[in-house]
Every structure is written in C-alpha cells, then in structure tokens.
Design a protein. Structure first.
Length: 294
C-alpha cells in the first residue's frame, strides 16, 4: 500500500514539477496565518460615507486615449450607500466627444507623480469590496510607485503589487470563478519586465458578497490575505522599500479601445449594449503601519 501511495505521489510530483504553471492555475483555500492587527495602528482610511468622492484622498483619471479595451472616465466613479462605486458599461453615444465603447474608471491616491495625496512604505493595506460580475473585465486593488519603471534587475526600487485581481468570472469549473489572483511586477512593462504570483485563492462568493483583501508589507516580504487569512507571500527580486500609492480600478480587456477578451484571457465581455452596468463596490480602504515603525 505504501508503495502504491508513493508511486502515485511520484506521478503527482512529476506532473507538478513538469507543469508548475498549470498547477498555479488551480485555486487554493487561504490557510496561512491570521492577520494580527494589534501590531498595527491605522494611518489612513476612507469608509466612503456621504455622496461625493473625497478629493483630499483620491484622484480620478480620465484615460480617454483608450485604456486597454475601453476608456476610463470620472463619470463612472461615484460614492453612495457607504460604498465607492466604479461602474462599467457600454456607452453607445460615447462620452465627451469620445467614441462608443465600454467605459469604466479608476481612483488613485495621487494626482500625478509630483502631487501624491497618500503613499506609505510597509504596513497593512486592506479593502472590503464586492467584485463587478462580468466576463471581459476585471477589478483590482493595487499599489504603484515611479520606481516600478526603473530597470535594474531588482524590485526593491519599486514594485507593482496586485493585492487582488478578479480575472476569473468566466470560470465555473470547481467554482474557480470565486478565486482571485495576487502578484507583483517590476522593472517596467517592456522586455525587461519581471514578476511573480502566488496564484489563485478562493474568496467567499466575491461577486455577490463582501470580502476583505489585504497586503502586509515589510522588509522581508509581501504577505497577501483574504478575509484576514494569509494566502501566500512573495519577495522575488527584493521587497520594495519605497512608499507606494493605492489604486482601485476596473479594466476592460482588449486594446486600443476595442474590447477583446483574448487579449487578457478573461472571457468575452457579456454586458448588454443598452447601458446596463456592473459595479465594483468598495466599502472601505484602511491602511495601517507597524507600531514599531511609527
Ligand atoms: Ca527595478
Ligand atoms: Ca463604507
């Protein structure tokens, strides 16, 4: 029996080592340590109360020279019922002189590279949200700084950290659509780009219910969490020691303003062209710093 088990064990080990990418695609349940908030003190937050975006905390960006398969415009961003709402929909008449297409939005904690509203190095960063239910697009909570574009073979000068991206709405096998992916990118977005990923982890019915997605960041690692439970950690390329700003966005898959799911593997966009919207709803973003770094 032991021989039998070890035979199948070696087969599985063989396939796992031959096809690590394939195994990376299988979603896993978060099963690591729980976040210990007693180590931290809150340094910044937005609970999205009231009915306007707090412009002392966030800037919108109008990306009307196409943003992947659609357009970003501030009109798709609102605050109501205790949430930030980033809508995504087809506008048959376009917007502000721009052509018909899919429009959605972004908020960032900086206006431009010389006017940063909030950035922080290290700590714990968490958002509580419901994801936009559609194929052909994805929502994300992520962080950036200018050092990401610096090509030097390392990520310690600045790394794009994708706390979560909802790339899986199309996948219904083994409830895989309920999983999100987390990862990092550094050394720009050209040939020298490098990155790593912890793979896909399950949230709890994330297109209909609130879940929290968190990142603990210290000098040793980026540690990712869903609902306060660690999913995985990365330190590939060296951990950034530069402050980073926060971004909440929805992206339409495609290029040059033309929705094209094949470009990003997130399925064909299935939003009706009558203006029906899907919504990325964010209840809060909270940022903490380690007490011993304050
Ligand atoms: Ca670099
Ligand atoms: Ca709220």
């Amino acid at each position: 029996m032991t021989k039998f088990i070890s035979f199948f064990g070696s087969i599985i080990f063989f396939f796992a080592s031959m096809f690590p990418w394939m195994f990376h695609q299988f979603p896993k349940k978060p099963s690591g340590q729980s976040i210990d908030l007693t180590k931290f003190e809150m340094t910044w937050n937005d609970e999205f109360e009231g009915d306007t975006l707090d412009r002392t905390k966030w800037a919108t960006m109008d990306w009307l020279n196409e943003r992947k398969g659609g357009y970003w415009h501030r009109d798709l961003v609102s605050v109501h019922d205790g949430n930030l709402d980033i809508a995504a929909k087809y506008l048959k008449d376009g917007l502000n002189g721009n052509p018909a297409g899919y429009y959605t939005g972004v908020v960032e904690t900086r206006i431009d590279k010389n006017r940063v509203l909030f950035e922080q190095c290290y700590g714990y960063f968490e958002c509580r949200c419901i994801l936009p239910p559609s194929t052909g697009l994805w929502s994300a909570f992520w962080m950036m700084n200018e050092g990401v574009f610096n090509v030097d073979g390392k990520g310690d000068d600045g790394t794009e950290v994708d706390i979560f991206e909802s790339m899986r709405y199309k996948d219904h096998w083994w409830k895989a659509g309920d999983s999100v992916v987390s990862g990092i990118h550094y050394d720009g977005y050209g040939e020298e780009e490098k990155g790593d990923s912890i793979g896909y982890y399950f949230a709890n019915n994330p297109y209909e219910e609130y879940n929290t997605y968190g990142l603990e960041w210290n000098k040793d690692a980026y540690i990712f969490y869903i609902n306060g439970v660690e999913t995985g950690r990365l330190s590939t390329g060296g951990v950034s020691d530069n402050p980073e700003y926060l971004i909440l966005s929805t992206e339409i898959a495609g290029e040059n303003g033309v929705a094209n799911a094949d470009r990003h593997g997130v399925g064909e966009i299935n939003l009706p062209k009558d203006g029906t919207a899907v919504h990325f709803l964010v209840d809060y973003v909270r940022v903490y710093q380690y007490k011993d770094l304050l």
